[in-house]
Design a protein around this ligand. Structure first.
Ligand code: ADP
Ligand code: MG
Length: 708
């Protein structure tokens, strides 16, 4: 720490100097590449043209020189397999010369294509059908960057048979599908200049920070990323004193370092604050194109963990690290922007802009109403199931929040009535000027899973450790299809304005059941949602069969995002991961109870029994009421815990039946393993409250949540 500054500000560089300093971005490319090469590369980036090998060679060479100058020795194709993590394999730039020395070398071929031994990544059966190995290919639309001495090359990941094995390829395809259909709509409104429509995303990231020494002492945190036991401390989050509270110095120092690291990589880290639960925080970046936002969110999560380690902390990204306080999620803010920077979900000032806005809005309303299971499937995991349906995250029923004002306008349009007291003339699309919609204050309770917030939609169901790719693949694809249907209908119309009016009104009428502006946790809403026929999908096991319904297979095939086989492989991977996660959690519980908790409790009962005997030996038998009572309560709970342990072991032993469909296995985990885990936990948590703190074999919730 320099100059006694308590926050660890040591860099003399300004933020604009630091920002993007490790990124091979447009400025660097323009500076380092020959003019014609730069031009050719830009064509590839802007128009999706194929990359010439000569250009690739020149780019590779410039990238290598730039990276080596900055101290890099290796390069890696960095990709996103069907897990929520990224993958990398590093090769050095060294190449031997005939005289026994080495030079630093990097060819266009090496830049374009990498070949990791990929046979151990989940493929959901694709490997059995096709070739085992996969290859990675450079995604030039996301900038390369330097991290930890390596040049990182953002890449897609496919099998040699052409099957997609990653999350980036379908994301890029879905953005392309949406671009095609959105352009058709813009042309209908007379826009001939826009050449590209890009989904933009801002992902707000929640996380917990705890002390590393305490973390090391808990197997559940180390193996599962969440606590599997833990009695509630006397104080939780009920005082609401953490949310937006002042940031403690140790956390502030972490956040400062984190921002610096993110800025170096060109990540637009903007907002930081304490969250609702003790030890919980949030980081929000400024939005970017969906491809960049996804890469950046993956990097942000990884860097959070690395920077935490430097501060003697651990960053927990699990959706539910602690029972009884809020878990962590991620808000996916989504909109559509043209190449000239116009936000298509921003209500305009001119009547024709409003009509266009209403049409895009109608596409979102119809899409969410027709494909709620895709949204729910995109956030399905064992970890996130703890939040959704619990009383903290959005409820498991999908609905859209529009706010009273916008809902009022849609009502007026649908019923041909005036919508406000000042202006009683009829609302008519393409004639009236819409008011601007500030963020609607009725959204204060934040219970809506899918909320319109003035000029974007905020999807709030994502779990904190999930990749945002899946949710955006779903949203992009179903909105692309709604726009396709709209464009098909409107392109055929003789009278565009009339057809547009009709289409918007019809869409509102048929799909307004998905709009709900009230409290999503209330019992009234649960009843009302059932009456409206909306889906409530509490667990991963409920939603996955709906994911592979024919209509969804058709949707993704039609827009060339996934083949049917690729969809089925993703279904397998998600359910397999669900089962494996629960299996590891159950095993960890068994291990902790057997090796740590039962022995510790048993020793404690011996201490009590010895005390009773000692007191009795000096004639104090009447004064042992406390010890007797405590000893008998603990002994009873100890036996009970032991019974629950044996039961969980037996249930877990029965899990695997050969050739059983993965859905049946997942169903077994949900309906047998999870309840047995919950029962065991309940008895162990009671034991924790009964025995001396000094005898409990691991750090408690009070220590984990309040000692930073
Ligand atoms: P909250 O009130 O939920 O914290 P904010 O209004 O602060 O939300 O913004 C949340 C996120 O939305 C930020 O990451 C911001 O960059 C992003 N955002 C703003 N405009 C857009 C847009 N047009 N497209 C996508 N994301 C956007
Ligand atoms: Mg938000």
């Amino acid at each position: 720490m320099e100059n006694g500054c308590s926050q660890g500000y040591s860099s003399k560089k300004t933020v604009p100097e630091i920002f993007g300093s490790q990124v091979f971005n447009d400025d660097v490319m323009r500076e380092k590449l020959p003019k014609d090469v730069y031009k050719s590369l830009r064509k590839t980036l802007d128009q999706g043209k194929d990359l010439d090998l000569n250009v690739a060679n020149a780019v590779a060479n410039a990238m290598k020189d730039w990276a080596v100058e900055k101290g890099a020795t290796h390069y890696t194709h960095w990709f996103q397999p069907m897990t929520d993590f990224t993958a990398e394999k590093h090769d050095s730039f060294i190449s031997p010369t005939t005289d026994g020395r080495v030079i630093m070398d990097f060819s266009g071929k090496e830049l374009i294509k990498g070949e990791p031994d990929a046979s151990s990544f989940p493929s959901g059966g694709l490997r059995a059908t096709f070739e085992a190995r996969g290859y990675t290919a450079w995604d030039p639309t996301s900038y390369a960057f330097i991290k930890d001495g390596s040049l990182y090359i953002p890449s897609i990941f496919c099998s040699y048979g052409g099957e997609v094995l990653d999350k980036k390829t379908p994301l890029l395809r879905s953005a392309e599908a949406l671009n095609l259909q959105a352009l058709r709509i813009l042309r209908l409104f007379g826009d001939t200049s826009t050449t590209r429509v890009t989904p933009t995303v801002g992902a707000e990231q929640e996380y917990f920070l705890i002390d590393r020494k305490l973390y090391e002492k808990r197997k559940d945190l180390r193996f599962c990323g969440r606590t599997l036991f833990g009695a509630m401390p006397p104080k939780g989050q009920e005082m609401d004193d953490h949310y937006f509270g002042s940031i403690k110095p140790r956390v502030a120092a972490f956040m400062h370092d984190l921002d610096t690291e993110l800025w170096k990589l060109g990540i637009l880290s903007k907002t930081k604050h304490n969250e609702v639960a003790p030890a919980q925080h949030e980081l929000a970046p400024i939005f970017a194109s969906v491809n960049t936002a996804t890469d950046h969110n993956q990097l942000t999560m990884e860097i959070m963990k690395n920077v935490a380690a430097r501060h003697g902390l651990v960053c927990l990204l699990h959706e539910k690290p602690f029972e009884g306080v809020n878990g962590s999620g991620k808000h996916n803010n989504w909109s559509l922007t043209t190449d000239s920077g116009k936000n298509l979900l921003s209500p305009g000032k001119l009547p024709h802009e409003n009509a266009q806005f209403l049409l895009f809005l109608a596409a979102v309303i119809k899409g969410v109403d027709e494909y709620p299971e895709l949204l729910r499937a995109s956030v399905a995991s064992a970890g996130n199931d703890h939040r959704l349906g619990g009383n903290e995250a959005p409820p498991a029923t999908i609905s859209i929040f529009l706010g009273d004002e916008l809902t009022g306008i849609l009502d007026a349009l649908e019923t041909d009535t005036g919508y406000d007291s000042k202006d009683q003339s009829m609302m008519e699309i393409g004639v009236h000027v819409l008011p601007t919609f500030p963020k609607d204050t009725t959204d204060r309770n934040r219970t809506s899973p899918f909320a319109f917030t003035g000029n974007k939609f905020e999807f709030r169901m994502l779990g904190s450790q999930l990749s945002i790719a899946c949710s955006n693949i779903m949203i992009n694809t179903f909105i692309a299809d709604e726009l396709r249907q709209f464009a098909d209908e409107l392109e055929k119309a003789d009278d565009f304005k009339k057809a547009l009016n009709h289409l918007i009104k019809r869409t509102i009428k048929n799909h307004k059941r998905i709009i709900f502006n009230g409290d999503g946790y209330s019992q009234q809403w649960r009843d009302e949602a059932t009456r409206r026929g909306l889906l409530s999908l509490s667990t991963t096991v409920d939603v996955m069969p709906l994911y592979i319904q024919q209509k969804n297979l058709d949707l993704f095939a039609k827009h060339h995002v996934y083949t049917n086989t690729e969809m089925l492989s993703r279904y397998e991977v998600i359910l397999e991961t669900y089962c494996k996660t629960l299996h590891i959690e159950a095993q960890t519980m068994i291990d902790m109870v057997q090796k740590e908790i039962l022995p510790a409790v048993s020793s404690f009962t011996k201490t009590l029994a010895d005390t009773i005997l000692a007191k009795q030996s000096v004639g104090l038998s009447l004064a042992c009421t406390a010890e007797h009572d405590i000893l008998s309560s603990i002994s009873a709970k100890l036996d009970e815990s032991y019974q629950h342990l044996k039961k969980l072991e037996a249930i877990l032993g029965d899990c695997k039946t050969p050739n059983e469909p993965i859905l049946a296995e997942a169903e077994y985990y949900r309906s047998s393993v999870i309840p047995a885990m919950n029962t065991l936990r309940a008895s162990v948590d009671t034991l924790e409250t009964l025995i001396a703190k000094s005898s409990w074999p691991m750090p408690t919730y009070s220590e984990l949540l309040f000692e930073i």
